[in-house]
Every structure is written in C-alpha cells, then in structure tokens.
Write a protein that binds this ligand. Structure first.
Ligand code: ZN
Length: 238
C-alpha cells in the first residue's frame, strides 16, 4: 500500500479529523514561506522581515511597516489550492471538525472551510486602534502611507506580530480540537515554531499524519509520514 492509499484509508476510517497547517499549505498558492530558502527572509529590505513584523516596529516605524505589509503580506490575488479545497470538502462531509492554521491569508475560508482557527490572526480583519471601526484587506491595500481610519486613528491589521501574544480563546479551542481528534493531519509546517510543536502533543490518537516537504522534529512520532508537497497529496485524495 502506498502512502496515498494509506492516507485515504485513514481518512475513510475517521470521523473527527483535525488539520493543523503552516506556511507550506499556502506556498502552492504563491504565498511565500517566511522561513524557507525562497521565502521572505531572503528578500531585500532595509530591515529583516522579523523586525518589520514586530509589535515594536509597528508602533515606532508605522509607515515602513505598512510599505512592507502591503508589498509582501497582502497577496490578495492568491487562490486556494487542492489542499484548501479538499479540507473544505471533508468539513462539508462532516469528517473534518477544525482547521488550525498559522497562516493569515484567509485561503481556507476562501475555499469554503467554516471552522478555521487562525492562530496568527488574519489580514482580512483590521481594526482602528482608536474607535474600533473595522476595515477590509482591500482597504489597507488601497491606502497610502500609514493606514488611517476616518476618525484619524491608525488601523492595525489583526495579525499576531512578533512580540504579541496569541489569543487565548483561539489557542484553547485549538488544543481542545486536537485533544478530541481521532485523526490529526499536520501539514506544511516544520513544527519548530511556537506554538505548533507544543500543541500537537495534545493529540492522543494513533492516526498522526505529517505531510511536509522537509523533515520535522516530530517525524518519529508520526503514524504516517509523507515528504511531499501537501497540495499534490491532497489532489490525489477522494
Ligand atoms: Zn477610528
């Protein structure tokens, strides 16, 4: 039995699947992985992306933040790939109960997923820091310089920047979903970044599937390990 057949069989036998995904899920949609060789860390900017995408930098170099953010983070033409679509289908079939993602691009919702737990927030929610008025990602993309509310306040994207804490309720619901899962599929993440590595420890079942192009430090714990691109794998699942 090859790994696709094995994965198919595990999915067929499960009724409470949870998916935990990282940047690799979106790279096949053309969104660069922060930490990969081809990713943002190797582009030319005056500051390191990790510096730019920090809370301190947002507060002190707000205009530089928005210049970078609009150019590199708001890739609004990106479309869901086979992985996003298959996960949405499995949710509609009642087999998949939650998608937990470290991505901020909203592509799971664009594919039709409803229960999406966004650990790092979303570019699609933006809030005035003064009055709380909400703005779309398009509003931010079309703004110039510092994105400002009609009230004059600065609009902050609801993405978790370096130096900011994750939302407690999202973490709690994610841990609960993983704990209750009969199958956990982890894809497109090397599992080195907090909180990914710690969260999958809550899984107690015997159907842990890791799908990642590179090796991860949890490979030994996987019941099924697939070292391929996740979109390609999911395009072969019925
Ligand atoms: Zn405002």
């Amino acid at each position: 039995m090859d790994c696709i057949q094995k994965l198919q069989q595990m999915i067929d036998e499960s009724e409470n699947i949870v998916f935990f995904g990282g940047a690799g899920v979106s790279t096949e949609s053309g969104i660069p992985d922060f930490r990969s060789v081809d990713g943002l860390y190797h582009t030319q900017y005056r500051f390191e992306p990790e510096t730019i995408l920090s809370h301190d930098f947002f507060m002190t170099h707000t205009e530089d933040f928005f210049d970078f953010y609009r150019a590199k983070m708001l890739l609004l033409d990106a479309q869901p790939n086979a992985a996003h679509k298959k996960l949405a289908e499995l949710e509609k079939q009642g087999k998949l109960k939650a998608v937990i993602t470290q991505n901020i691009d909203g592509l799971h919702q664009a594919a039709g997923s409803e229960n999406v737990l966004e650990l790092h927030g979303s570019v699609h929610r933006n809030t005035c820091m003064d009055c709380g008025k909400q703005y779309t990602a398009e509003d931010i993309l079309n703004s110039v310089g510092i994105a400002r509310c009609t009230c004059g306040g600065i609009i902050k994207p609801d993405v978790v920047l370096y130096g900011e804490v994750l939302r407690d309720d999202v973490v709690e619901r994610s841990v609960q979903a993983i704990f209750n899962a009969d199958m956990l599929v982890v894809g497109g993440t090397s599992l080195v970044v907090y909180p990914a590595a710690g969260m999958i420890e809550y899984y107690k079942g015997d159907k842990l599937v890791l799908i990642n192009k590179a090796s991860t430090n949890h490979d030994a714990h996987a019941n099924l390990l697939i070292s391929e691109k996740i979109g390609e794998i999911f395009s072969k699942i019925k």
